[in-house]
Design a protein around this ligand. Structure first.
Ligand code: FE
Ligand code: CA
Length: 527
């Protein structure tokens, strides 16, 4: 998460949006009902391959049952069907699976044997009830030419801070792939004075247990806009911190001296709930309570996606135990020499190796790194003061970032583009070979998407630092929305899409501005 305004020296405090009375929140009924509809959480698809994809649903009779089990206990047989047509007159694949309590009656069907690069429709049937139908798409064959790939990119959807109209507008665009780059849920519940700025409540205690995390996802999936987006667009999802806990890093929380096995168990609960909620391929907690989710997805000759995990394998944030150095502070190098330690890792050394190996072998036109945190870096420079860095992003791990930027130069993957979330603001960045030097070589293009609903960072304060960060070509922290990208063989067109008002369930959408990246030329230009 980005730095709060209290840490930034500005003269002018940014005022919060108008403190309008929150509209009435409709609570989802929690009483189990006999014969309840078993698919209130909708359907989803993801992780496409040339011959298939993952189909997801989670059965529930009472989605927010306090025990996190959705009001179900017995195993339930479920039939799944994939059709070549929207009317399901031509079923091309089908099977039966059993939804079990151990996975909260979630299903991850890995369909194979389909044709590459074409649309399919899918649905589930259980206990004589039929799910809504979803639309999925296989990836093109690895060597197939692709003229156009449309992406939607989302991050940071805090339920309490707004309605999910942005998700609805994304669904209207029906992207070929939707990337969720983290903070899909928030583990905490807004309290105190900040509550006045919310529009609806989680009405749930802070998530710390498996039941708590499950119910966060379940609540999100009762949202009609988000359900529609998942039904229409296959996705690639990774997590950031709030799927577990604000600003955690690896196996450490943000508290000095804290961590250990209690946090590891909490993290495992968050990871399991994420898996159960997302259409990702089968993965599981191992004996160290790790759950790998980084993966590589190829989309014909046009694009190769590296979906990265920027939380699970990280080193502890620097200087947590230094006086005043709690995790996520803005640190100077003299106060925090730790930050520069070359043994620190952001992705974990195994994931780093996997990434470099993949980059070396990738031969797609566009190399897309989908991940959670701003990579290009932001130097907090002020005349007469030592430069400071916000340590929760890649800026807290400069040696790891140097290894990656050097790998991009050495391994020469074509057209590297980094897509990032977390900062609740739009950024268009040149990722520099040397992040300390804005004049050094540009090795990748970065687009950071603003939040779906979550509150923005202190815009004016951050703008005051932009003149000393010329590799950041654009910054906007006041608007909520998402990114829409058209990828073609010759160029990538990126549009920053903004919603009119997160407090308005019928918010309209507009394009703030657009950016072009040309094949062979790193760095975005205004379109
Ligand atoms: Fe966030
Ligand atoms: Ca975050």
């Amino acid at each position: 998460m980005f730095p709060p305004s209290s840490l930034l020296p500005v003269n002018r405090r940014v005022l919060l949006g108008g403190l309008v009375a929150a509209p009435l929140v409709l609570r989802f009924g929690r009483a189990p009902a006999a014969g309840a509809y078993l698919f209130p959480l909708g359907v989803a698809s993801g992780d496409p391959a040339p011959d298939g994809f993952v189909l997801w649903t989670r059965l529930a009779a009472d989605p927010l049952a306090p025990d996190g089990l959705g009001g179900l206990s017995a195993p339930i047989p479920v039939r799944w069907e994939v059709a070549a047509d929207e009317g399901f007159s031509h079923i091309v694949a089908a099977g039966e699976v059993v939804a079990e309590q151990a996975d909260a009656h979630s299903l991850h069907v890995e369909v194979a044997g389909l044709k590459p690069g074409r649309p399919y429709w899918y649905r589930f049937t259980a206990a004589g009830q039929r799910s809504p139908a979803g639309h999925a798409r296989t990836a093109p064959a690895p060597d197939a030419p692709v003229d156009l790939l449309r992406l939607g990119v989302a991050s940071c959807s805090h339920w309490e801070y707004g309605y999910f109209s942005a998700y609805g507008h994304m669904a209207d665009e029906a992207p070929d792939l939707t990337l969720f780059l983290g903070d899909y849920i928030y583990e905490y519940t807004v309290g105190g004075a900040r509550k006045a700025n919310t529009v609806r409540s989680y009405d749930l205690e802070e998530a710390t247990t498996l039941a708590g995390y499950r119910n966060r996802y379940a609540l999100h999936r009762t949202d009609a806009n988000l359900q529609r987006l998942h039904a229409v667009s296959p996705c690639l999802a990774v997590w950031d911190d709030h799927e577990v806990l604000n600003n955690y890093s690896g196996i450490w929380t943000q508290e000095p001296g804290a961590g250990g096995s209690d946090f590891l168990k909490r993290r495992a609960a968050g990871y399991k709930a994420f898996y159960e909620a997302m259409p990702i391929r089968r993965t599981r907690l191992d004996s160290r309570l790790q759950m790998p989710i980084h993966r590589r997805i190829r989309y014909g000759r046009l694009a190769e996606f590296f979906m990265l995990d920027g939380r699970q394998y990280r080193s502890r944030q620097p200087c947590v135990d230094v006086a005043g150095g709690a995790q996520g502070q803005i640190m100077t190098d003299s106060a925090c020499p730790d930050r520069l330690d070359p043994s620190r890792t952001f992705l974990g050394f195994e994931q780093e190796r996997w990434l470099y190996d993949g980059l070396a072998r990738s031969n797609a036109r566009w190399t897309i790194l989908g991940q959670d945190l701003v990579m290009a870096g932001l130097r907090f420079e002020k005349a007469g003061e030592e430069t400071r860095y916000w340590t929760d992003t890649w800026d807290g791990f400069p040696a790891a970032r140097d290894r990656l930027t050097q790998a991009l130069v050495t391994l020469k993957p074509r057209n590297p583009v980094v897509l990032s979330g977390d900062y609740h603001s739009f950024w268009t960045n040149d990722v520099k070979l040397d992040s300390r030097d804005s004049a050094s070589r540009t090795v990748a293009t970065e687009f950071v998407g603003t939040s779906i609903t979550s509150g923005g960072p202190p815009h004016d304060a951050l703008m005051s630092y932009m003149p000393s960060n010329p590799h950041i070509k654009f910054f906007e922290g006041r608007l909520r929305g998402y990114i829409s990208i058209d990828v073609t063989p010759t160029r990538m067109l990126t549009r920053y899409r903004t919603v009119s008002n997160v407090r308005d369930p019928k918010a309209t959408v507009a394009t703030l501005n657009s950016w072009v990246v040309e094949d062979g030329r790193p760095g975005a230009q205004p379109a």
